[in-house]
Design a protein around this ligand. Structure first.
Ligand code: BJW
Length: 254
């Protein structure tokens, strides 16, 4: 038994509800990939400490300097390509094998859940591995970092990363699917998100209001903590496997 299991301290009724749920989901944020070496956005050492989001993650920033934005995305593609899924990503794959209905709702654009082996992944903010043309709608998927900056469409326009920047709408289909999943989840695990970016941050409240359990894993308290059924504070790569072991191993009699 490791140190993380000692810190779990979850009542057996919660563990039993987790194990017996028929429908579950995980909402992930940048913290789930932190132990793979991919930086988070906010807080000490976060991306927004070093880079100006207005220049790099808004449609206005892209219009003003597409080359700068693409250089930043290429740098991140290279970092992500080198990273490996960690124990949290892998535990989420195990969860999918256990629950009859299961979805990963991720704010991350890094593709790490799919690389780890998760099948049912809803990418709320798009993917760094896709680019699209806003003029003719062409979509290109490529698992390697871009080589041409900025990448050009055959129609002569500059392609953009297929990600959701601030002030842009998430795809309505994606929001509908995520809301449906949140509404039908008997348990939602909220892992490694600061829960400040909407509409993703509102998904756990949908689960809670529909009578589901919300279990949070983070290094520190967030706005979710006030209504979560349990909050586990520690690294996702330790806390999630410990939680999952405890839930699947709980004796049937409890
Ligand atoms: C660990 C750990 C470890 C670390 N283990 N844990 C309603 C209310 C208020 C505002 C709004 C609202 N509706 C819309 C808004 C505006 C805006 C918004 O939410 N702003 C807030 C910041 C105030 N939302 C939008 O603009 C969204 N669009 C929208 O709503 O459209 C509707 C609309 C538009 C126009 C007119 C009218 C309606 C779009 C948001 C898009 C976000 N895009 C980004 C960039 C994506 C592309 C890219 O990556 O390049 O998405 S911003 C960035 O933040 C990224 C992330 O997905 C997102 C969330 O961040 P996340 O994942 O939570 O990371 P961090 O860094 O914040 O937190 C990491 C956490 O992990 C921390 O808590 C750590 O403690 C923890 N951690 N290591 C466990 N090892």
């Amino acid at each position: 038994m490791g140190g993380s299991e000692d810190r779990l301290d979850l009542p057996s009724n919660i563990l039993r509800k987790i194990r017996n749920a028929k429908s579950a989901s995980v909402l992930t944020g940048a913290g789930v990939s932190a132990e793979s070496g991919i930086p988070t956005f906010r807080g000490a050492g976060g991306i927004w400490e070093k880079y100006d989001f207005t220049k790099l993650a808004t449609p206005q920033g892209f219009k003003e300097d597409p080359r700068l934005v693409w250089e930043w995305y290429q740098l991140r593609q290279k970092e992500i390509k080198k990273a490996k899924p960690n124990a949290a990503h892998i535990t989420i794959v195990d969860m999918e094998d256990h629950f009859p209905r299961f979805s990963v709702l991720t704010q991350n654009i890094d593709g790490m859940h799919s690389r780890a082996g998760s099948r049912n992944v809803v990418e709320l903010h798009g993917s760094i591995w896709r680019m699209r043309c806003e003029r003719d709608g062409l979509m290109i998927q490529d698992d390697d970092p871009v080589t041409e900056i900025p990448p050009m469409c055959q129609c002569g326009s500059i392609l953009r990363p297929d990600v959701v920047w601030f002030g842009e709408q998430l795809s309505p289909d994606v929001v509908d699917e995520a809301s449906r999943v949140a509404n039908e989840s008997e348990v939602m695990f909220v892992v490694g998100t600061s829960a400040v970016v909407y509409p993703a941050a509102a998904l756990p409240a949908i689960t809670k209001n529909a009578g589901g359990l919300v279990i949070e894993i983070n290094l520190e308290p967030t706005d979710i903590t006030s209504y979560a059924d349990a909050s586990l504070f520690g690294p996702a790569g330790e806390m999630l496997p410990a939680l999952w072991n405890a839930a699947v191993r709980i004796p049937k009699a409890l």
